[in-house]
Design a protein around this ligand. Structure first.
Ligand SMILES: NC(=O)c1ccc[n+]([C@@H]2O[C@H](COP(=O)([O-])OP(=O)(O)OC[C@H]3O[C@@H](n4cnc5c(N)ncnc54)[C@H](OP(=O)(O)O)[C@@H]3O)[C@@H](O)[C@H]2O)c1
Length: 316
C-alpha cells in the first residue's frame, strides 16, 4: 500500500537569478482539492524555459511567490486522488505537463496537479523518457500539425534538429510523410539520420540558404538571425513556425511567406498519443543526461550550453 509521507523535498529558488540558487529543501506535503491528484514524482524533464524562468524572464507572469519550485514536465505515480476524481486511481503511472504560470513545481518528490493535466504512462515507456516527452513532444506536434499543417510529400527544414524539441520534430515530420532536412553540428548527424532525417546540414560551415530553397515549412528552434534567414528558403505561401523568438511579420509579408510563434499548451489527449508512440517504438525520446534532483544546478548549466542532444532529466 502507498503511504503518504508528511514532508517532501523540492528544489527551490529564493529569487530570480543564476543556477547557484537551485537548492534542495524539505517542505510540508501539499494538500489536494476534490479535482486534484497527488503524484509521487519519479522523473522530471528539464526544458530551456526552466532556466529562462529562473533568470526572471517571465517574472511578470509569476509574481514574487518565493521560494518558488521550477519545472513543467513530470512522470510519476498517483499517491492519492481528490473526492471528485474518477479518471485516476492509486498506483496509476502517469506523465504530464503544467501550464507556464502562475505555478510550476515539478522539481520535487511530490506534486499536486489537476486531474485533467495527465496522460497514462504505457508499460513500454519508462519514467525517465516519459518525463522528457511532454513540453518537447507537444511543441513538436502542435508546431508541425496545428500551425504548419505539414502533410505527406512536403519538404521541411528543422533548425536545431538535435535538441529536445528538434529531435522529436524530425521523427514526427517523417511520421507525417514529409521530406526532412535538419541542421546540427557534425557530431549529431548520424543521430539525426538514424531518427529519419533525409538530409543534414552542418550549420557551422554551411549556410542553409545555399543548399535548400522552395520549402513548404521551417520549424525553428533557434530564433534570431536563423529565423529571419529561414524566411528566405520558403516557397511563396510557405510557413516558418518558431518557438524561440518574436517573428518579423513585415519581413515575412514582403517575401510572400508566413511566420508564426508557437506557445505550447498542455493537451492530455495529444500527450497520450505521443506517449503511446514512444511506448510502441514509433517515436524515440533521447535522454542525453540524468541528474539526481539535488544536482539541478548542474542540469541547468548543461542545458544552458545550448548543445544538449535530446533531453536532460532529473531523478528525485
Ligand atoms: N514557445 C514555446 O512554446 C516553446 C516550447 C518549447 C521550447 N521552446 C524554446 O525553443 C528553443 C529550443 O528548445 P529545445 O528544448 O529544443 O532546446 P535545446 O534542447 O537546448 O536545443 C539544443 C540543440 O540546439 C542545437 N543548436 C544550437 N544552436 C544551433 C544553431 N544555430 N543551428 C542549429 N542547431 C543549433 C544544438 O545542436 P548542436 O549541438 O548540434 O549544435 C542542440 O542539439 C528554446 O529556446 C526553448 O525555450 C519554446
Amino acid at each position: 500500500m502507498n503511504s503518504i509521507p508528511d514532508v517532501m523535498s523540492a528544489v527551490e529558488i529564493p529569487t530570480w537569478g543564476d543556477a547557484d540558487l537551485l537548492v534542495l529543501h524539505e517542505r510540508a506535503m501539499p494538500s489536494y482539492g476534490p479535482h486534484e491528484v497527488l503524484v509521487r514524482i519519479d522523473a522530471v524533464g528539464v526544458n530551456p524555459v526552466d532556466f529562462k524562468v529562473r533568470g526572471g524572464n517571465y517574472s511578470a507572469a509569476f509574481g514574487e511567490n518565493f521560494p518558488m519550485v521550477l519545472g513543467r514536465d513530470f512522470a510519476g505515480q498517483v499517491l492519492a486522488v481528490g473526492a471528485e476524481v474518477s479518471a485516476w486511481k492509486l498506483g496509476d503511472d502517469v506523465l504530464g505537463t503544467l501550464r507556464m504560470a502562475p505555478r510550476l513545481g515539478c522539481y520535487a518528490t511530490h506534486i499536486v496537479v489537476s486531474d485533467t493535466a495527465m496522460a497514462m504512462r504505457p508499460a513500454g515507456l519508462d519514467a525517465t523518457r516519459a518525463a522528457g516527452l511532454p513540453v518537447a513532444g507537444l511543441t513538436a506536434w502542435q508546431a508541425l500539425v496545428e500551425m504548419a499543417g505539414v502533410v505527406a510529400g512536403q519538404r521541411i527544414l528543422v533548425q536545431a534538429a538535435a535538441g529536445g524539441v528538434g529531435h522529436l520534430v524530425v521523427q514526427l515530420a517523417k511520421f507525417l510523410g514529409a521530406h526532412v532536412t535538419a541542421t546540427a553540428s557534425p557530431s549529431n548527424h548520424d543521430f539525426l539520420r538514424e531518427l529519419g532525417a533525409d538530409e543534414v546540414i552542418d550549420y557551422n560551415t554551411t549556410r542553409f540558404e545555399d543548399v535548400v530553397s522552395d520549402l513548404d515549412a521551417v520549424i525553428d528552434c533557434v530564433g534570431g538571425d536563423v529565423l529571419d534567414r529561414s524566411l528566405h528558403v520558403l516557397k511563396p505561401g510557405g510557413i516558418a513556425v518558431t518557438m524561440a523568438a518574436r517573428p518579423d511579420n513585415e519581413l515575412a509579408e514582403s517575401l510572400g511567406v508566413r511566420v508564426a510563434l508557437i506557445f505550447v499548451r498542455p493537451d492530455a489527449v495529444q500527450l497520450q498519443g505521443l506517449a503511446d508512440m514512444v511506448a510502441d517504438g514509433r517515436l524515440v525520446v533521447h535522454v542525453a543526461q540524468t541528474f539526481p534532483l539535488a544536482e539541478a544546478k548542474q542540469a541547468h548549466l548543461n542545458q544552458e550550453t545550448g548543445h544538449v542532444r535530446g533531453k536532460v532529466v532529473l531523478i528525485p
